[in-house]
Design a protein around this ligand. Structure first.
Ligand code: NAP
Length: 384
């Protein structure tokens, strides 16, 4: 049983009715000189009735970047105070507030561009929507400001344009704390997303809101999203192996805290990786303390940019292949969290390599072994 499985009283707050959580702490985990900015955010759930177990996610409803909203208002010469309808119930908001809080501005869909084309005589736009391939390529990495500034003049009111937009979707983050270890609180580990595309700096809506505009004492709308597919073993006697480079560390901080509180008998092994040991070893002090206290049995770290040759978490798994396989043979659960595109695939293949080598199995047998683990719920992934 998990420590937080105590009296479950349903909360009034949910995805459709988020709780305004107060920010208790907001700090950058990366040291000076890092190429990254990873925020550690602590929120209060006091009075919400919300709770969670390790593996669950927190939904955060972000605001848009005020600079992006100001640029749209300027390009369109719109009056910020114009009332616009925001939903099917015909509720209205002043335009500026609607753009800040209600609509998604940073993603373009083919449908939005096609519908917007009805409001313009711009020849280039007509040509663009006539070619599905080109239209798809155009929407990639562009936003509502790109569309509005490139293809005017527009024969539409602010109301008609915002009616094309999608409601702002919440962002889900793996919770980085254990409720049992931090009653009434929830912690997040969020990497700020910033990059250049099509000649403008682009910012992750929620991650940059958290990095630049969320101060201690402010509130932010949140809800808990259960995750049935990423959980600690039922029995705290089972061993766990956790692979979580970068922000993939988040749910494992929760796992480790939970197991420290419950004084779990099972062993715990963490593989962590990031760019540089001096600036990017997230939660280093805490993790080392958990190791000294016995809640973490073993930590293996891979810093990819400390050496000429990159070292990744899967290299550390390879170096420890015999021991890793022995843990699996004794019933350990294997968890992966973080980048889906490359890391999770490489870790998956490395795991098969290890099972093949150490179990003296064929490739097919090793794959079947891993499928078996998955069926038993002993191979779980939270990748994004
Ligand atoms: P991250 O970008 O996943 O980086 C953490 C560590 O993983 C770094 O040391 C990185 O090394 C390393 N890494 C890179 N490729 C790897 C691979 N194939 N196998 C194992 N390790 C690998 O961490 P994060 O900044 O916390 O990012 C979290 C999420 O943001 C990711 O899951 C991803 O979805 C997203 N992200 C996307 C992009 C993108 O271009 N699409 C870029 C960054 C992050 P090096 O960086 O030195 O190679």
């Amino acid at each position: 049983m998990q420590v937080t499985d105590v009296e479950k009283v349903p909360s009034l707050f949910s995805r459709t009715n988020p709780f305004q959580a107060k920010v208790l702490k907001n700090m950058n985990l990366n040291g000076e000189g890092s190429t990254k900015e990873t925020r550690h955010i602590e929120l209060s759930l006091e009075g919400s009735g919300l709770s969670y177990v390790p593996g669950d996610c927190l939904g955060v409803v972000p605001d848009n970047d005020p600079e992006l909203v100001a640029s749209i208002l300027e390009v369109m010469k719109w009056d910020p105070e114009t009332a616009v309808v925001i939903n099917k119930q015909n509720e209205t908001l002043p335009l500026k507030e609607a753009l800040l809080k209600h609509f998604e501005l940073t993603l373009l869909s083919k449908k939005i561009v096609q519908q917007a084309a009805e409001f313009s005589d711009n020849e280039a736009l007509k040509q663009l929507v006539a070619d599905t391939e080109q239209l798809k390529a155009y929407t990639d990495g562009r936003d509502v400001l790109d569309l509005l500034s490139e293809f005017g003049p527009w024969k539409a009111s602010a109301h008609e344009i915002v009616a094309l937009l999608r409601k702002m979707p919440p962002r889900l983050y793996s919770i980085a704390s254990s409720f049992a270890a931090n009653p009434g609180e929830v912690h997040l580990t969020i990497g700020a997303v910033r990059y250049m595309a099509h000649g403008r700096e682009r910012k992750g809506v929620c991650s940059v809101m958290c990095a630049e505009r969320l101060n201690e004492g402010d509130t932010v709308p949140v809800f808990v999203q259960l995750n049935k597919h990423f959980n600690l073993p039922e029995s705290s006697e089972q061993d766990i192996i956790m692979v979580g480079p970068g922000t993939g560390i988040a749910p494992f901080r929760s796992f480790i805290q939970e197991r420290a509180v419950s004084k779990a008998a099972g062993k715990a092994w963490l593989f962590f990786g990031d760019q540089r040991s001096a600036t990017d070893y997230l939660y280093q002090e805490e993790l080392e303390q958990y190791q000294q206290a016995g809640a973490l049995t073993k930590i293996d770290v891979a810093f990819s940019r400390d050496t000429a040759q990159k070292v990744y978490v899967q290299n550390k798994m390879q170096e420890n292949s015999q021991e890793l396989f022995a843990w699996l043979e004794r019933g350990a659960y294997f968890y992966v969290c973080g980048d889906k595109q490359n890391m999770a695939k490489d870790v998956h293949n490395t795991l098969i390599d290890i099972i093949e080598k150490e179990g003296k199995l064929s490739r097919e047998e090793a794959e079947a072994y891993l499928n078996g683990l998955q069926e038993q719920g002993r191979y779980q992934r939270d990748v994004y």
